[in-house]
Design a protein around this ligand. Structure first.
Ligand code: ATP
Length: 462
């Protein structure tokens, strides 16, 4: 398609398209803007002449026009957020002789008042959806991550994967160890999904997040009236919920000693007694635990029961910190960027070589979780297709001198003149101010040298 909007849209047609209530954008085969109607330019706060020829992705937030041109597939009634407003967009490819030569996108809205009302409703719906999504994530009881979903092919991770595959079958208790953020919970999911219990429930509880006085009721459940504030009808404990499946006790190293004794009894007898009840109920649960604590040390200090330590640690899987498997960093970064791109509808940006180098050098004390957060903040701070070193969080910059972004000062003519002046000065210095010699050195005539000296107001007499 012709890149010149004058040829594409005649003045009469421009007038007609500017009169529309709908907002309209047309792009060429390279997804560069060739036409924007006036109402859309006004909403975007742009002078349309200034954006013609620019990639649409750099001009319109969350646009998908580039995808339509790439895939040749129309996108209808898509929600698009621009400048804080939710709008409905239709996007179509433009074909010539079967070939996609561009795309046309429209944004639909009604009168401003109606639109505002609709926008408020959509905003409320989106935030409600977000609320339930988060609540569901928190309450999520099933296992969601398979071994194949876990990123990392370093030799250290391959070893972990092999071990997980080996121990998954059978009922041995598995203790997953590793620094915070190394992926212990993800591996617990994967272990469950590989086990014979994969069709059963996967129940998780974080022992560090629950106050000591509530932990027992959470683990073993309670009867109605067991304590003030107890729910009518009582509540099942995580052990009962995990019956036939896997119970994942996260941060087991933080479990108080009194609870450790109760847990040990349940593991030995394979039956639980709800708080306020005197009935023992049989449970068939496979136990997977995780901790970042040095458990042996805690046993020595008398803070963790030795008998419980042996019972949970039948098989131990050690997850290496990220700094010991740096070769996984590029793949993890790409994975997180693609996921963010999918969620937001933006094209996934790439890390610049400098940013990636820094990520490869950094120690990542918070491991994969810290990296995930770093990528997320850099994603939202960057607008184009690249994530630069400067967009990375401050922690990664400590002890690093960040180079100033290159700024071009002056026009080509001015910069050439400055370079010429410097060359003349150097030549004169090298020849002790002898102009004849300097002209020879520079391969120009004496007259030409004099002209140039006059031009640069140089009068060096050494
Ligand atoms: N191999 C991996 N592939 C993809 N994402 C990963 C991987 N490992 C960890 N993550 C991500 O890193 C974050 C931390 O993982 P997870 O919660 O499993 O770590 P953890 O070791 O259990 O942390 P903590 O000890 O703090 O509970 C999660 O958001 C997870 O999605």
């Amino acid at each position: 398609m012709n890149n010149n909007n004058q040829a594409l849209v005649s003045p009469d047609l421009v007038q007609a398209l500017d009169a529309l209530d709908e907002w309209l954008v047309v792009v060429d085969a390279q997804a560069r803007i060739v036409f924007l109607n006036q109402p859309y330019a006004h909403f975007l706060g742009l002078k349309r002449d200034e954006v013609y020829g620019q990639p649409v992705i750099e001009v319109i937030e969350n646009t998908q026009m580039h995808r339509v041109v790439e895939t040749g597939q129309p996108e209808l009634s898509r929600l698009q957020e621009v400048r804080g407003r939710h709008m409905i967009a239709n996007r179509y490819p433009i074909r010539q002789g079967g070939k996609v030569v561009g795309g046309i996108g429209t944004v639909l809205f009604h009168d401003t008042h109606e639109w505002r009302q609709m926008n408020t409703q959509i905003k409320a719906l989106v935030s409600e959806l977000d609320f339930y999504r988060r609540a569901l994530d928190k309450e999520q009881t099933g296992a969601r991550f398979h071994l194949n979903d876990l990123i990392g092919r370093s030799p250290q991770i391959q070893k972990v994967n092999e071990k997980i595959k080996k121990v998954a079958a059978g009922d041995a208790s598995v203790l997953i160890r590793g620094e915070s953020g190394t992926g212990k919970e993800l591996y617990a999911h994967a272990l469950h999904l590989l086990s014979e219990r994969s069709r059963g429930p996967f129940i998780k509880i974080n022992c560090a997040a629950i106050p000591e006085n509530l932990l027992e009721a959470e683990l073993f459940g309670y009867e109605e009236g067991a304590f003030t504030g107890a729910k009518k009808g009582g509540k099942q404990g995580k052990f009962q919920l995990a019956d036939g499946g896997t119970l994942f006790l996260d941060e087991i190293g933080d479990m108080p000693l009194s609870m450790q004794a109760k847990l040990l009894r349940v593991l030995q007898d394979r039956e639980v007694e709800a708080v306020g009840s005197n009935r023992l109920v049989k449970v068939d649960v496979r136990l997977v635990t995780a901790t970042h604590q040095p458990l042996e040390k805690r046993v020595e200090l008398g803070e963790f029961r030795e008998d419980l330590y042996y019972r949970i640690n039948v098989v131990s899987v050690e997850l290496p910190p990220l700094r010991e498997r740096r070769e996984d960093i590029p793949a993890l970064a790409e994975h997180f960027l693609n996921r963010l791109a999918n969620r937001t509808g933006r094209r996934a940006p790439k890390l610049t070589a400098q940013a990636l180098t820094r990520m490869l050098e950094y120690a990542w004390p918070g491991n994969v979780r810290e990296m995930e957060n770093a990528i997320e903040s850099a994603f939202y701070l960057s607008q184009g297709h690249k994530i630069s070193l400067q967009a990375l969080p401050a922690a990664l910059m400590e002890g690093l001198e960040v180079p100033e972004p290159v700024v071009y000062r002056g026009t080509l003519k001015e910069r050439l003149a400055a370079a010429e002046k410097q060359i003349l000065e150097e030549a004169l210095l090298a020849c002790d101010g002898n102009r004849l010699l300097a002209a020879k050195l520079l391969g120009i005539s004496k007259t030409s040298l004099y002209d140039k000296l006059a031009k640069h107001l140089l009068n060096i007499d050494l």
